[in-house]
Design a protein around this ligand. Sequence first.
Ligand SMILES: Nc1ncnc2c1ncn2[C@@H]1O[C@H](COP(=O)(O)OP(=O)(O)O)[C@@H](O)[C@H]1O
Ligand SMILES: [Mg+2]
Length: 225
Amino acid sequence: MTGQKQTQAASDGQSPEDGRSHDLQKALEQRTGLLHELDHRVKNNLQLISSLMLLQARHAHEPAVKTALEAMHERLNAIAVVHRGLFMTEDPGRFDIAAFVRDLAAELAGARPGVRIMLDLEPVAMRTGHAAALALLINELLINALRHAYPEGRQGEVRVKITRSGSEMRIGIADDGVGMANANQEQGFGLSIVDLLSRQLQARVAWEDAHPGVHVAVTLPVEAE
Ligand SMILES: Nc1ncnc2c1ncn2[C@@H]1O[C@H](COP(=O)(O)OP(=O)(O)O)[C@@H](O)[C@H]1O
Ligand SMILES: [Mg+2]
């Protein structure tokens, strides 16, 4: 509607500046639309690859191969959730990590019957360029809690909390499960990914054996609003 009015104004003999700013506005809208379209397509393609991984996991006979393919399916799925968030945002340069966690938790809810995921999320916008790395990091920690903290049908609650103070964001992932005492001695691939991504994001990752459960806190810098 506004666009129509401006076009009329320009042809009504108003200043050519109005026409130019209208053209610029239109070009910007087109560019934003294209970016969103691209994120939409990337999301669909990632989901396709993710589904292929799951199909192959189901075909695999060897348990280690099956587990590795399932984990890759989950990782690709987390990146697809990021792209779904990107094509729905107003500003393609910013990404709300709280909205991502809500989406991911909705997808993982029910993955472990008897284990609830509780969210306490302050919206924090970050640069889109870092979104996939942080999303993957959160995915590893959340899935670890769901997968390892509640063996043999134990029940419990995983809490995810996001807060921002000044130029830092803190993401807490806390479970009330069995703790790390029985953890595999060797660091798994998941925790290697956490190390790698936290370096990339300049994040600090603090682990606490909280009896009960494991509390992980990820702290990282975010730009001023
Ligand atoms: N929240 C948790 N509660 C209990 N044990 C955990 C938790 N997170 C990780 N672990 C332990 O740490 C190990 C290494 O995790 P990870 O590197 O992600 O490998 P993977 O998940 O493939 O086993 C896990 O196998 C598990 O024993
Ligand atoms: Mg893991």
